[in-house]
Design a binder for this molecule. Structure first.
Ligand code: KIV
Ligand code: ZN
Length: 525
């Protein structure tokens, strides 16, 4: 079942930076990936899948930088079963030394064999074995994934798994690539492998579940009860289509339901789950629904009087875990206009943020601005200010200088916007169907962009009429989708900042792509 020393240890393999980044609009820049990787290590994740190095130079650089920065987690790079992919992945993870892993995959189901690969079963087995052997020459720790395993004939899957373990794979991952699995039969598939693969004890069985039927967490938990000892998951469950198994849910389910999981345990420091969730939301611009399990805004909110009464008497009446156990901050009012930098820093430390001096100065300035507009500053406000400072670190091509809008029931909305790029200041005005639309039109005129707003969400980060509003949007520019975020006590200003954030991201992404194209042209014969 497992070749590790502790048979009850469940390895957490986080793929937020690889499968998670495949969510539409979730692309992240290098600094953001490094930031998430640091938090994943603090969280106690065992393996970080940092990217797919052959996919682009940006992916390669990110995996290489994460491998270099890492101190405790294994760093994995994904590769198809092709030598060029494996070489690229090996180069990217090299700096992680003994903690380097190459994750090789090849589809095995009948539909993929026939339509995608046009290969017979014996050819698949040979290619998979060759790939594992080739990768093993570069890196000791090799994981193999038979893509679409849950729809592969179980007998053939067992043959593939036996063959790749023989070739040197130390982890065999059984992906439910299309989220088709059901807890009972996915568990039976794991049991089938345990009974029919004679060398199965030489490898860890891993599971990788997609959430197309909303069963990714259930399937992963079920597989663990049948003997799997690695779970592949992402923060907030982000990932292709409906996403992947959510890390926070799977970890807390195992912790809370000891009656189901006995001594099985992970290495996750659960009190960092909330900040990890917030960071990933901030960086990707993908907001969560309020009722998301574990980390959603309503996860610990009790609305009905009967529940509130019960919780006051004994929290266990209606809470199966405490908010503190997953790092949800108290909503107490903490600071105000007269609070100094030291008080702010102390409170941020309590909330789990260790800021560099430079970031602290930025957050303190934003805090003072906010204190001028808003009397009581809550933990939720502080978290949002920190996230804004982190998010804005690299992405400040254009800055918002000034904004004025008019609108009314019977009037056409108008906006005047002044934005700057370095020392250049540009002002323009536009009309629109409401003040947000007018602001966006004015910004597009100045920046020469034409964004198509695909999603727009507004949430208040704390309570009260003067609460900070956080706008998250997904904007498409010439076929490329990016996330934008903005924060202000004025929701039109928050929307303007979010749109400008999206413009800044697309400008940087386009510059990066142009640079890589030039580089590629320079090396091609
Ligand atoms: O879903 C999947 O099959 C994958 C593999 C590359 C593991 O992401
Ligand atoms: Zn996947």
């Amino acid at each position: 079942m497992t070749s590790q020393n502790d048979p009850n240890r469940v390895i957490i393999f986080d793929t937020t930076l690889r499968d998670g980044e495949q969510s539409p609009g979730a692309s992240m820049n290098l600094d953001e990936k490094l930031e998430i990787a640091r938090l994943l290590e603090k969280l106690g994740v065992d393996v970080i899948e940092a990217g797919f190095p052959i996919a682009s130079n940006g992916d390669f650089e990110a995996v290489r930088a994460i491998a270099e920065q890492s101190t405790s987690a294994r760093i994995a790079g994904l590769a198809r079963s092709l030598e060029k992919d494996i070489d690229r992945a090996a180069d990217a993870v090299e700096a992680a030394g003994e903690r380097a892993r190459i994750h090789v995959f090849l589809a095995t189901s009948a539909i993929h064999r026939e339509f995608k690969l046009n290969k017979a079963k014996d050819e698949i087995i040979k290619q998979a074995q060759d790939a594992v052997r080739y990768a093993k020459q570069r890196v000791a720790d090799i994981e193999f994934s038979p893509e679409d395993a849950s729809r592969t004939e179980p007998e053939f899957l067992a043959e593939v798994v036996q063959a790749v373990i023989e070739a040197g794979a130390s982890t065999v991952n059984i992906p439910d690539t299309v989220g088709y699995g059901y807890p009972n039969d996915y568990a039976e598939l794991i049991e089938h492998l345990i009974s029919n693969v004679s060398n199965i004890n030489d490898a860890i069985i891993s599971v990788h579940c997609h959430n197309d039927l909303g069963l990714a967490v259930a399937n992963s938990l079920s597989a663990v009860r049948s003997g799997a000892r690695q779970i592949e998951c992402t923060i907030n469950g982000i990932g292709e289509r409906a996403g992947n198994c959510s890390l926070e849910e799977v970890v807390m389910a195992m912790r809370v339901r000891k009656d189901m999981f006995g001594d099985l345990h992970t290495n996750i420091n659960s009190e960092h789950l909330y900040s990890a969730s917030r960071l990933v939301q901030t960086i990707t611009g993908l907001p969560l629904q309020r009722n998301k399990a574990i980390v959603g805004d309503n996860a610990f909110a009790h609305e009905s009087g009967i529940h509130q009464h019960g919780v006051l008497k004994n929290p266990e009446c209606y809470e199966i875990m405490t908010p503190q156990s997953v790092g949800v901050p108290a909503t107490n009012m903490v600071l105000g206009k007269h609070s100094g930098r030291a008080a702010l820093n102390d409170r941020l430390k309590d909330l789990g943020f260790e800021l560099s001096d430079e970031d602290l100065i930025k957050v303190f300035e934003a805090f003072k601005d906010l204190a001028d507009r808003k009397k009581d500053i809550y933990d939720g406000d502080l978290i949002a200010l920190v996230e804004q400072a982190v998010r804005g670190r690299e992405v400040t091509v254009w800055n918002l200088e000034y904004l004025q809008t008019t609108s009314g029931t019977y009037d056409t909305a108008t906006a005047t916007v002044k934005i700057s790029k370095g020392d250049d200041k540009h002002t323009d005005a536009a009309t629109g169907d409401g003040p947000v639309n007018a602001v966006i039109n004015a910004m597009d005129r100045i920046c020469g962009t034409s964004g198509n707003l695909q999603d727009y969400r507004l949430r208040s980060v704390s309570q009260g009429r003067d609460a900070l509003g956080e706008v998250s949007m997904q904007v498409e520019f010439d076929g490329m989708v990016v996330g934008g975020k903005g924060l202000s006590t004025d929701i039109v200003e928050a929307s303007a900042k979010a749109y400008l954030d999206a413009i800044n991201r697309i400008v940087l992404q386009q510059e990066r792509e142009a640079f890589h194209k030039q580089e590629e042209a320079a090396v091609s014969p």
